[in-house]
Design a protein around this ligand. Structure first.
Ligand code: GDP
Ligand code: MG
Ligand code: ZN
Length: 355
């Protein structure tokens, strides 16, 4: 299949995007998908093939969430090739960039499935998987846990069962990334029009898996490309991979380093059982430590709740609220705290003077 001039459905176009266009837009513009963003220059790919466009000056003033990211659909004017607008996103991975203001940083848009890749060895870690799962649920992307290196272990099913215990109906597949027959189990998520992103620790087999799914046996290729990713074209080839089966793969959209921010919904979906229990605690603000009538502790004692899971939930929740607090908010809180300290001190001095 040639992707020099792909059709829109091959690029992931579907009804969700189509119904957003007015009749005028259909006539005056063509939809194109963002393959890579290098500052003000954007690589797009559409029915005309691949091209580079400049982000218009007035777009540079826009809030970051309104600027294009990898995977976005842009309407490009047929005559002057200027981007007109970004179509509403089906899903979005974002994070909060460091800085005084709370600024979003976009990672990837319009992803259908996230392959969370881990290997059947010491990399396998339930709490790490939970972090990725929370991110996927928050972004409204379907997660699939992909366990690699099954050829190196005897007890594959213990890994699979353990991963499946993380959430009801969680999709878990075990593969040998080096073997095309084994990886074909993933092809149902990689059909034409589907966009899949991969994430996971270094060394678990993501590049190997991409090469196998792309029917490339030269493993060096992807590695070399990754190393000299400074050039525009190499970056492009790294961001979007077209699969022979028709799907599109996005290599590690930077989720590995991701701290949880604004991830309340994601955490709630992942730990809905614990949140449901917490609603049954006697006190609204129950911390599930020593309170009477705590349904969460009851479940722990009865063996209906895994202590690791509760700890992981509390840890991720604390992380997300810590990170969600903007620096500005923190400053104002600290200011309030300092003021309170001064007040207490002066009251103390006053009292001392009274004696
Ligand atoms: N035996 C075995 N080796 C694998 C498998 N997947 C990856 N590897 C090897 O693990 C190493 C790291 O793989 P790589 O794809 O570079 O990992 P990445 O960092 O996640 O991209 C390489 O030497 C691969 O050949 C697998 O399923 N089975
Ligand atoms: Mg790699
Ligand atoms: Zn409680």
């Amino acid at each position: 299949m040639s992707y020099l001039q792909p059709t829109l459905p091959q690029l992931g176009w579907n009804h969700f995007f189509q119904q957003q266009l007015s009749l005028e837009e259909w006539q005056a513009t063509t939809p194109s998908r963002v393959a890579a963003v290098h500052g003000q220059i954007i690589d797009i790919i559409g029915e005309q093939g691949q091209q580079q466009i400049n982000l218009p000056g007035n777009w540079q003033q826009l809030d970051i969430s309104e600027r294009p990211t990898v995977g976005d659909w842009l309407l490009i004017h047929r005559e002057n090739t200027k981007p007109q607008r970004i179509l509403e996103r089906k899903s979005l991975f974002k994070r909060k960039a460091a800085g005084i203001e709370a600024k979003d940083q976009l990672m990837a848009a319009n992803i259908d499935t996230l392959f969370i890749v881990t290997s059947c060895n010491q990399d396998f870690n339930l709490s790490r998987l939970e972090r990725y799962l929370a991110l996927a649920y928050e972004a409204r992307v379907e997660p699939v846990v992909v366990l690699t290196k099954t050829d190196l272990v005897d007890d594959i099913s213990s890994y699979v069962d353990s991963a499946k215990s993380l959430k009801k109906d969680l999709l878990v597949e075990a593969i040998n990334s080096l073997d095309g027959q084994s990886t074909s189990i993933l092809s149902c998520w990689c059909e034409t029009g589907q966009t899949v992103a991969l994430t996971g620790s270094s060394g678990v087999g993501k590049s190997t898996l991409i090469n196998t799914l792309c029917h490339r046996n030269d493993q060096e290729t992807a590695e070399v490309r990754e190393d000299d990713a400074k050039g525009r074209h190499t970056t492009t080839s790294r961001s979007l991979h077209f699969l022979p089966d028709g799907g599109i793969l996005i290599d590690n959209p930077g989720l590995r380093e991701l701290q949880l921010v604004d991830c309340e919904d994601g955490i709630s979906s992942l730990f809905e059982d614990i949140e449901h229990l917490a609603q049954q605690c006697k006190f609204n603000n129950c911390q599930h430590t020593t309170e009477k009538g705590c349904a969460v502790r009851h479940a722990l004692v009865d063996g209906n709740l895994d202590p690791r899971r509760l700890l992981s939930y509390q840890k991720l929740k604390a992380e997300q609220s810590r990170n969600s607090e903007t620096i500005a908010e923190r400053r104002s809180r600290e200011k309030g705290f300092n003021k309170m300290c001064r007040k207490v001190m002066s009251a103390k001095r006053k009292r001392q003077n009274e004696f």
